[in-house]
Design a protein around this ligand. Structure first.
Ligand code: ZN
Length: 551
C-alpha cells in the first residue's frame, strides 16, 4: 500500500492524503489551502491525482481546510462516495454553501479589477451549484459503526473532540491476504471542552498519520474564563452600553450559548444583571449551526447530556434570541437597552458584525469582546492593537468603546495533549507520519516523540509518496513550498499593479475634483478607489507578512 501526502504538508491547511492499493484509491480529507493570497492561489492547481480514479473520500471533519476542495473534486470528475459522521455531514452543508458564496464574491471582486487591467477573467473555485452537487455524494455513518468501503477495506470513526462531528479515522486494509491498520488523527481536540467529548485514544495501529498544529506549544494554564466575560457584561450594563462579541459561527458561538445558559439558569452573583439582559445571536450561519448542534445531541459529552436529561436545553434559555431577518438585525441598533450581541464573522472582516461595530464602536459605554484568534491584517486584530478609527461602509467610525481580548482555548490539542494521545498506542506503530503543522512544530514534536516514547517519526514537509510496508519514500513530486513561493511573487506583482492603477485613478479623479469638476458621482468613485486601495494594501501587507514569518 502506498500513501501520498498531497496537502497539509508545508503548513496546516489543505489536508489531503491519498491511499493506493491493488487498484483502489481512497482519499483522506480534501481540504482547502487557506491563509493569504499565495495559499489561496494553490487551490486552483491540479490535484496530484485523477479525481475520476478516486473511489471514495473519508472526511475527518467539517472545517474548510479539511473539506473545502470537495466541490472542486466533484467538479473535476470524482464520482464516488464521501464518508463522514452524521454531524459532519450536517455541518458540511453549511460550510460548503458559505464557502461557495465566498468564492463567488471573490471572483466577482477580482474580475472587476481584471476587467479594468485588461487581464483575463477568472472563474470562482466553485459555485453554489458545485457545492450542492458535492453534497449529494455524502453518505453519513455513525461513530463506532463499522463500514465496508470496498471489498478489501473498512473504516470506523472515533470522536476527536475537536468540533462537532470530528473524527479520528481507523482504516483496515487487506492486501495480499494481509490486513494493515491505518489511523488518521484528523484534528485532535482539547480535553474538558464544553459540549464536546474528549478525544478518543486509539490502542492499536500499524501506521499513524498525525496532526501537529500545536506540536511545539502548550496552551496557557490560566485562561480568562466565562466569569471575566460576565464581569465585562456587568460593567457595560451599568454604563448603559451594549456588549458586542464577534464570534465564529460554528463552534465558538454554540460554546458561548452553552456557557451563558449555565449562568442564566442557575443561582449566581451575575443572575440579577443577566435577567435584565437579552442575548442576541445575529448570524444566519450561527443560527443554522446551532440547529445542527441541537439535532446531534447524541454526540454531546456526559455533562451536556445530563442537562438534557434534566429537561434543560443547554443551547437555549429565556433571554436568548435568534434574529432571523435583516430587519430584525437592524432593529437591534435602534434598541437602546443594554444587551449582548453575538455575531459573525469572528474576525470582523464580513457579515452582520460590521453593522454592530458601526453602531457601537463610537460609543464609550459599549464593549467589544474578542473570544477567538484574530489574524494579522483583519479589522479584529487592528482593533486589538489599538486602532483609533475604523472605516465601516465607507464611513470613518471613531473607536471609543472598550476593547477586550478574552481568547478562549484553541480547539486543537496542545503539545501535551498530542503526546497524551500518542501514548495511547499500546504498541509502537510501524510508522508515524507527522502532518498538519508548521515545519518547526512538526520537527519539535518529532524530537519530543523520540525522546519520550522512542518513536522515529517521518516529518512530512512536501508532496511525497511512501510505500507503507517498506517505509521507502517512492517520490517527491514537487516542492510545495517552492510552488507557494512562486505564487506569492506572482500575487505580489499583481497586487502592486493594482495599487499602482488605483493610485493613478485616485490622483486623476481628485485633480478633477480640486479643479472644480466635482459631482457626487465623482466623489463616490474616489471613495471606491480609496477602499480598493485600502484592501489591496492590506493584502500586500499580509503577503509580505507571510514571507517575513517564514524568514
Ligand atoms: Zn479542524
Amino acid at each position: 500500500m502506498d500513501i501520498k501526502f498531497c496537502g497539509a504538508a508545508t503548513g496546516v491547511t489543505g489536508s489531503c492524503h491519498l491511499l493506493t492499493w491493488e487498484g483502489h484509491q481512497v482519499l483522506l480529507d480534501c481540504g482547502q489551502f487557506q491563509g493569504g493570497r499565495a495559499q489561496e492561489a494553490m487551490n486552483f492547481e491540479p490535484f496530484p491525482f485523477h479525481p475520476g480514479d478516486i473511489e471514495c473520500v473519508i472526511l475527518s471533519h467539517a472545517h474548510i481546510d479539511h473539506c473545502g476542495r470537495l466541490p472542486l473534486l466533484v467538479k473535476r470528475g470524482f464520482k464516488g462516495t464521501i464518508y463522514c459522521t452524521k454531524a459532519t455531514a450536517d455541518l458540511l452543508e453549511i460550510m460548503l454553501i458559505d464557502s461557495a458564496y465566498i468564492h463567488e464574491k471573490e471572483a466577482e471582486w477580482k474580475n472587476k479589477k481584471n476587467q479594468r487591467a485588461g487581464r483575463p477573467l477568472v472563474e470562482p473555485l466553485y459555485t453554489h451549484e458545485d457545492a450542492m452537487e458535492a453534497l449529494t455524494h455524502v453518505s453519513p455513518i455513525l461513530y463506532d459503526q463499522l463500514k465496508n468501503i470496498n471489498d478489501s477495506a473498512h473504516v470506523v470513526f472515533n470522536d476527536a473532540g475537536h468540533i462537532l462531528g470530528s473524527a479520528i479515522v481507523e482504516l483496515w486494509v487487506t492486501e495480499n491476504k494481509k490486513t494493515s491498520k491505518i489511523v488518521f488523527s484528523g484534528d485532535l481536540g482539547v480535553m474538558d471542552r464544553p459540549i464536546l467529548r474528549d478525544p478518543t485514544r486509539i490502542k492499536k495501529a500499524d501506521y499513524v498519520i498525525m496532526e501537529t498544529t500545536y506540536g511545539n506549544r502548550n496552551h496557557p494554564k490560566e485562561q480568562a474564563g466565562m466569569e471575566a466575560l460576565l464581569d465585562i457584561v456587568e460593567e457595560t450594563v451599568k454604563r448603559g452600553g451594549t456588549v458586542v462579541i464577534p464570534s465564529f459561527a460554528v463552534g465558538r458561538t454554540q460554546e458561548l450559548i452553552y456557557e451563558f445558559n449555565k449562568y442564566y439558569t442557575t443561582d449566581n452573583p451575575y443572575r440579577k444583571t443577566l435577567d435584565k439582559v437579552k442575548v442576541y445571536i445575529d448570524s444566519p450561519m450561527a443560527t443554522k449551526a446551532t440547529e445542527v448542534f441541537k439535532e446531534n445531541a447524541q454526540v454531546f459529552d456526559e455533562e451536556t447530556k445530563a442537562y438534557l436529561l434534566d429537561g434543560n436545553n443547554p443551547l437555549d434559555f429565556k433571554n436568548l434570541i435568534f434574529t432571523r431577518t435583516t430587519e430584525e438585525s437592524k432593529a437591534l441598533n435602534a434598541d437602546t437597552h443594554p444587551k449582548i450581541i453575538i455575531s459573525a464573522s469572528g474576525m470582523c472582516e464580513a457579515g452582520r458584525i460590521r453593522h454592530h461595530l458601526r453602531y457601537n464602536l463610537w460609543d464609550p459605554r459599549a464593549s467589544i469582546v474578542f473570544v477567538g484568534y484574530q489574524a494579522e491584517g483583519t479589522l479584529g486584530r487592528n482593533l486589538l492593537e489599538g486602532l483609533d478609527e475604523a472605516i465601516l461602509f465607507g464611513e470613518p467610525v471613531k473607536v471609543k468603546a472598550q476593547i477586550h481580548n478574552l481568547q478562549g482555548f484553541s480547539g486543537h490539542a496542545d503539545q501535551q495533549g498530542l503526546l497524551w494521545w500518542l501514548q495511547g498506542f499500546q504498541q509502537k506503530p510501524k510508522e508515524l507520519f507527522l502532518v498538519h503543522g508548521e515545519i518547526q512544530s512538526k520537527e519539535d514534536f518529532a524530537q519530543l516523540a523520540q525522546r519520550e516514547l522512542g518513536y522515529e517519526p517521518v516529518v512530512i514537509s512536501q508532496v511525497a509518496q511512501y510505500q507503507l510496508e517498506s517505509g521507502e519514500e517512492l517520490s517527491r513530486e514537487e516542492n510545495l513550498q517552492e510552488v507557494i513561493d512562486e505564487k506569492m511573487i506572482e500575487e505580489m506583482q499583481k497586487t502592486i499593479g493594482d495599487i499602482h492603477g488605483a493610485v493613478e485613478r485616485f490622483l486623476y479623479d481628485s485633480k478633477l475634483a480640486i479643479s472644480g469638476d466635482s459631482s457626487l458621482e465623482k466623489m463616490v468613485k474616489i471613495n471606491n478607489t480609496l477602499r480598493e486601495l485600502h484592501k489591496d494594501t492590506i493584502e500586500l501587507g499580509s503577503i509580505l507578512y507571510d514571507e517575513q514569518e517564514k524568514a
